[in-house]
Design a protein around this ligand. Structure first.
Ligand code: ADP
Length: 521
């Protein structure tokens, strides 16, 4: 170790210089000797030692002056410096240490003491150099980390500012520390006005209490939350927003506050309300249709007992006519009349049971799933005998916003109509092909094609009219209800004949605008 350590010994007394040089060289140190301050400075300028042993009293530039010059120069400032002097005056010692020397040895010294001190200061010097290297290395790393953090914050800010949703961030004390550009554009307020709890000024006064209470309780429990409230837009209109927040934690798991997003759901709410209203109308239409069906079947069922009552009454009349009325037969006729009347009564009783009111709900619906359900539902139906229903689903189909039961009804109507249309075909030629696809220009497309005769040109424009039917037993309401349902969902439906034969019914359903609850996650 010692051979790599270089020491400069400065002393104007030749014996002392030789003694010091001899002791240190014997220990394996690289020693350079200088017998004056001037030479010492020249030596340091040419070759940086790791330790300087410096006599104080020298003619010309004395030890203190050498020390001052070395400490004044950046390159030599950190070289440890030990004063050696015959004098033992306290002032000199104090001055030497005040100038920045690390130690002070008085002549005569003991060899062991000198070596021990030299070793100690060389080691301290080495440790100090090592420490400085580490510190500067760490400083470089720290700067790099700060730079990376700055870049990542810049990236986050850019991303957040270009995101189509409003994004905000809070500190652990519930105070808001960031709003993206989308938020600021929405409220029309500058950032410094929104920070802290300034944002609350734009919340509708009626929603403020509930908004703060939900936010606070979720925040204290560190739970995700979703709150709906009205927020004033720059033009003064209050808009309904869905605000979602999630707690965020620093790498060590320390709670750092919340990050969240707000989405303007006013249009979606309005669309849902319209859909709900339209669906109610369809429910009404459905009930009217159901009533029609019920009335028809009741009329049919009443017809039988009423006809029987009439014929029994006529028979009884006949048995009473003439000379010897057959009272036993009359009795039989009357018994039958009573029985038929009871049957008619049963049928009428059914009329009194109220029809169930349908309930509707708008939800995100997977059309592929609905088609699958319908095909499962009819798989044992007599209508399917000798026919096939094939489904070609579009993978990863966008979901539609709608009432599942109503969508189900449209799909069922179209498939059943297709099967009806093929009824007079031979077994192998009876098929219905259902397909789903992403529609050109947006939306989800459902097509139902069949191998029937198709629709007469003159009927094409009329098939969706209420009560239009070409079937003997038909009611003519299936397609009109289907059209109302599709239109209520904001979609469209049309019929055409395929180039080969058979009809194709197509409908396009608008894609559900899914609310991204965790947009900012
Ligand atoms: P219904 O089936 O009770 O007649 P719809 O409203 O479902 O009532 O259908 C109306 C009419 O549209 C049918 O009577 C028929 O003339 C025509 N139609 C419906 N689907 C098809 C089809 N797949 N092929 C040919 N004609 C069809």
């Amino acid at each position: 170790m010692t051979d790599s350590c270089s020491i400069l010994v400065v002393d104007d007394e030749p014996e002392s210089l030789a003694l010091l040089t001899g002791i240190l060289t014997a220990e394996g140190y690289q020693v350079r000797a200088a017998d004056s301050g001037k030479l010492a400075l020249a030596s340091v300028a040419a070759w940086l030692p790791q330790l300087v042993l410096l006599d104080i009293r020298m003619p010309g530039i004395d030890g203190f002056a050498v020390c001052r010059r070395l400490k004044a120069c950046e390159e030599t400032r950190d070289i440890p410096l030990m004063f050696i002097s015959a004098a033992s005056e306290m002032e000199e010692r104090v001055e030497g240490l005040a100038l920045g020397a690390v130690d002070y040895i008085t002549k005569p010294f003991r060899r062991e003491e000198l070596l021990a001190r030299v070793r100690t200061h060389l080691e301290l010097g080495r440790l100090r150099a090592q420490l400085e290297k580490q510190v500067s290395q760490r400083t470089i790393e720290l700067h790099a980390t700060i730079e990376r953090l700055r870049e990542s914050e810049e990236r986050f800010r850019n991303m957040a500012d270009t995101a189509p949703v409003m994004i905000w961030v809070t500190g652990p004390d519930k105070g808001f520390t960031f709003f993206n550009k989308t938020w600021l554009d929405f409220t029309g307020c500058p950032l410094d006005q929104e920070l802290g709890d300034g944002w609350a000024e734009a919340v509708h006064p009626e929603d403020l209490k509930h908004c703060f209470a939900s936010f606070s309780s979720s925040f204290d429990a560190r739970q995700d939350f979703q709150i709906e409230f009205r927020l004033r837009r720059a033009d003064g209109e209050y808009r309904w927003v869905l605000c979602s927040g999630v707690p965020r934690f620093e790498p060590g798991g320390v709670f750092a506050g919340y990050i969240g997003s707000d989405i303007d759901i006013t249009d979606q709410q309005r669309a849902e309300a319209t859909l709900r209203r339209n669906l109610d109308e369809i429910a009404h239409l459905n009930r009217v249709a159901a009533m029609g069906e019920l009335t028809a079947s009741i009329a049919h069922e009443l017809n039988q007992p009423l006809a029987a009552i009439l014929s029994n009454a006529q028979a009884a009349n006949r048995f009473l006519d003439g000379e010897s009325p057959d009272l036993a037969e009359v009795q039989k006729c009357l018994t039958d009349i009573v029985a038929d009347d009871k049957r008619a009564g049963e049928v009428i009783k059914r009329l009194r049971s109220p029809l169930k009111k349908d309930e509707f709900q708008a939800a995100v619906v997977d059309l592929n799933e609905v088609v699958g359900d319908v095909i499962r539902l009819i798989r044992n139906d007599a209508l399917l005998r000798g026919a096939s229903v094939t489904f070609e689903p579009c993978p990863d189909l966008s979901p539609v916003l709608g009432d599942r039961i109503q969508v189900h009804q449209v799909v069922l109507n179209l498939i059943v109509n297709g099967l009806h249309a093929t009824a007079d075909r031979r077994s192998g030629d009876r098929w219905v092909l259902v397909r789903t696809a992403e529609a050109e220009g947006g939306g989800v497309l459902l097509t139902v094609r069949d191998s029937g005769k198709g629709i007469a040109e003159s009927d094409l424009a009329r098939v969706f009219e209420p009560f239009f039917t070409t079937k003997q037993e038909g009611l003519g309401v299936g397609l009109s209800i289907s059209r109302s349902i599709v239109q209520a969902h904001g979609g469209r439906i049309w019929a055409e004949n395929s180039a080969g034969s058979g009809a194709i019914f197509s409908c396009v359903w608008p894609v559900a605008q899914q609310t991204v609850a965790t947009a900012a996650r």
